[in-house]
Design a protein around this ligand. Sequence first.
Ligand SMILES: *Cc1c(COP(=O)(O)O)cnc(C)c1O
Length: 390
Amino acid sequence: MTDFRPETRTVHLPQPPLNGSRPITVPLYQTSGFIFDDPAVFADGMGRPDGAFVYGRMSNPTVRSLEEAVSGLEGGVGAVATGSGMGAINAVLFGLLAPGDHLIAQKPLYGGTAAMINDMVGRFGITVSYVAEDDPAALREAVRPETRLVYLETIANPVTQVADLPGMCAAAREAGLISVVDNTFASPILCRPIEHGADIVVHSTTKYLSGHTDVLGGIAVFASDELYRKVWAFASKLGATPDPFAAWLTLRGMQTLSLRMERHCFNTRELATRLNDHPAVSAVYWPGLPSHRSYELAAKLLPDFGGVFSFDLVGGREAGERFMSSVRLALLAPSLGGVETLVLHPATTSHRTLTAEELARHGIGEGTVRVAVGIEHIEDLWADIEQALS
Ligand SMILES: *Cc1c(COP(=O)(O)O)cnc(C)c1O
């Protein structure tokens, strides 16, 4: 570039060769597109996920590193990363369903997914039936000739029901349906739904996978190459693509996933157990407690029970609201899966669009408090919760 003028040289920056070494960390390829020496390679890279990198909406090496990492953890053949968890869920649903199709979804469902399915049903001519997350017989009964897909969640929000993944996925397979499992709450450390018969696993990587409350992202992992290619092609057109920097932050967070999950689960077990014995608390919902409706299923399916739990206070809604304005270390905030402990009131925030009857069906009370437990010292967390209860 030495023969060019400053105006040109500032545009075309040097890219020094690495001369035999390479970076320890995954490089951040913060570029929207790629340069070709050979026009034939350029042409060949269009329209498929395994050719040369061409344009960032279709693929990027930093994003691909995340896709291969999560696909490997989940035991898939390929993955499509997206800009948010809802991006991954919608890439799968809109990529695989057509007007006239029927889907079977579990109740309870994550709020954003429930709202999206309502929208699909209202505007896109898709129909839905809801079944309990642990009832394969109900699933079999709900199947119609036009049913295409079954949608499940490993651990549901906020009262943490655990899905009967082996039973539900087997029933889906018998009927020739695609099973999709949202594994966000468990992370691949606690559960790998493909091992239990799922065809597609989706995550909000915003939560445990990235783990530091600083990035939005999602990913869909596929057990079959056919489904992978179909959704990849749709997602490239849809444009739910993540920015490379978001993928890079997610990879950086993921390196400590197993350590964080261990502490999340340990802290949650302590808090759930202690609250269960507290006189101000009327019920605690965590699948690791023998009193939880999913306990037996969870004990078979999961090595530990996750970092989210909910509880009801004896004083109902008013006591719940007082609790949430009394915590000091725990933060009143949405989301979960980060290093900080967060609390929220589902009835007025994440589940505000549900009617009283729907709330009851989800097992959510007027005063239910959800806690997304962080990785702080357990005694600091307990001291905060105890003072807020009194
Ligand atoms: C947060 C979340 C989502 C949505 O993910 P976003 O990254 O917020 O789009 C989907 N499913 C579950 C279980 C979640 O917790």
